[in-house]
Write a protein that binds this ligand. Structure first.
Ligand SMILES: Cc1cc2nc3c(=O)[nH]c(=O)nc-3n(C[C@H](O)[C@H](O)[C@H](O)COP(=O)(O)OP(=O)(O)OC[C@H]3O[C@@H](n4cnc5c(N)ncnc54)[C@H](O)[C@@H]3O)c2cc1C
Length: 396
């Protein structure tokens, strides 16, 4: 294992860092933050994605022929770290760029590549992911949304749920049932569905944090042209499982490690300022113990990522260690937020407008948002099952 970056990789980091310093507003992450209003925030984030594209920093892992940089694994890891370090807005078109884009590159027809990739890389067209259904989440193979081929069109009927950013999306990468014969996962196909099609209804779902990130999505006799089938019919499951590993890889986890560490560092700084009964919070042994645990755990996330990267660089396949990374960063993220709530007590509930608020007053929202970490991209229980069966070789 060699955790050092080469001079060329360090040069890449510096080039990206210079771009970010120039492209983000002055005072970003310190005095200037994302707009509070969700619609304004979406506009801001999409503008940011376009800036990344115009600067040549969008979808860097894509082949050059599709507008990417053919970035190496190490460069992609540096990219995730640097965007997180600069506190750059997270992507709204993450499904387009990470999931739909990769899948179209690997399995799309030349016409699909020409039609969709330019819109994805520039975030001119935003994508959502229509996988989960009310009775199909962890057990995704039990999806029921039907697509029947009639002439040169599929007719889609059914319901998806938890569709993040569907309200901003022009396209949906959807898993649909195209056959009821044979094993469940052999009758599933991937469709590229135009979200402006007649028969699609969105119903927003408000989250515990008060935000409206996701939706219920209803399909009533929605017509999808046959040329929007991605990959062979009834092969959607196999294709999806290979591309989903990108959702949980070390590149993603490294960026998350940096963001969790930023919150932890702010928390530690605050415990040196705040006092309880005249004593600094940081001098309380229980507070020190909790912070100490978080410091160690956050560092372990980084080392886990570097270990996985080293293995992939040595030619090993992306395996089940993606599950170890996802399980660990998500559980640490939740614990870190809980530590912040415990340590800051009632002050944690004050928002940024309150003169007594700590930092930017985002602790409560972060804590509420952290509840989702152990659910999306495969819940903790599912990751433990994968680790048990495929890493530890335990019986099913
Ligand atoms: C913030 C957020 C954004 C999301 N965005 C999207 C999106 O854009 N598109 C999309 O399609 N989906 C999205 N999802 C849905 C997500 O993929 C599912 O929530 C997830 O797969 C879990 O499915 P479920 O909610 O149906 O829970 P279930 O699968 O019903 O699980 C309920 C509980 O049972 C446990 N469990 C289930 N099966 C097993 C098992 N075999 N062994 C042990 N325990 C088990 C689970 O761990 C969980 O604790 C999002 C979710 C969140 C939280």
């Amino acid at each position: 294992m060699d955790f050092n970056y080469t001079p060329a990789e360090e040069q890449f980091r510096m080039e990206l860092r210079a771009f970010l310093a120039e492209a983000l507003p002055e005072g970003w992450g310190e005095t200037v933050f994302l707009p509070e209003d969700e619609d304004e925030q979406a506009v801001f984030r999409l503008d940011w994605e376009r800036k990344l594209y115009e600067g040549g920093w969008s979808c860097i892992g894509w082949p050059k022929e599709y507008g990417g940089r053919d970035a190496t694994l190490s460069e992609r890891a540096i990219y995730a770290e640097e965007l997180a370090r600069a506190r750059a807005p997270e992507l709204i078109n993450i499904i387009g760029q990470n999931l739909a884009g990769h899948t179209i590159i690997h399995h799309g027809t030349p016409e699909q590549k020409a039609r969709f990739l330019p819109g994805i890389i520039s975030s001119r067209e935003v994508w959502c992911q229509g996988f989960s259904e009310p009775n199909a989440g962890s057990d995704l193979a039990s999806i029921k949304t039907r697509a029947e081929l009639k002439g040169d069109k599929f007719i889609v009927n059914g319901q998806k749920i938890w569709t993040s950013f569907a309200q901003h999306s022009q396209w949906c990468l959807a898993l649909v049932r195209t056959s009821n014969e044979g094993p469940r996962h052999k009758g599933i196909s991937l469709l590229l569905i135009d979200m402006r099609s007649p028969g699609i209804t969105l119903r927003p779902l408000r989250q515990i944090s008060g935000e409206n990130e996701f939706n219920e999505t209803f399909f009533d006799d929605v017509e999808v042209p046959i040329e929007n089938l991605l990959g062979p019919i009834n092969e959607g499951w196999r294709i999806t499982m290979t591309t989903l590993s990108y959702e949980r890889g070390p590149e993603d986890a490294l960026g998350r490690q940096v963001r969790i560490k930023q919150e932890l560092d702010t928390l530690i700084a605050k415990t040196t300022e705040l006092r309880n009964d005249g004593k600094r919070l940081i001098d309380d042994p229980l507070v020190r113990q909790k912070l100490g645990r978080s410091i160690a755990e956050v560092e372990i996330i980084r080392l886990n990522c570097l270990r996985a990267l080293s293995r992939y660089l040595a030619g090993e396949d992306r395996g089940s260690d993606a599950s170890i990374l996802k399980l660990f960063w998500s559980e640490v993220g939740v614990r870190m937020s809980e530590t912040a709530m415990d340590v800051l007590g009632p002050l944690a509930t004050l928002n940024g407008d309150d003169p007594l608020a700590v930092g930017s007053g985002r602790w409560l929202t972060s804590w509420l948002q952290s509840k989702a970490f152990t659910i999306y991209a495969g819940s903790s229980e599912i990751q433990r099952n994968i680790i048990g069966e495929r890493v530890l070789g335990l019986p099913r």
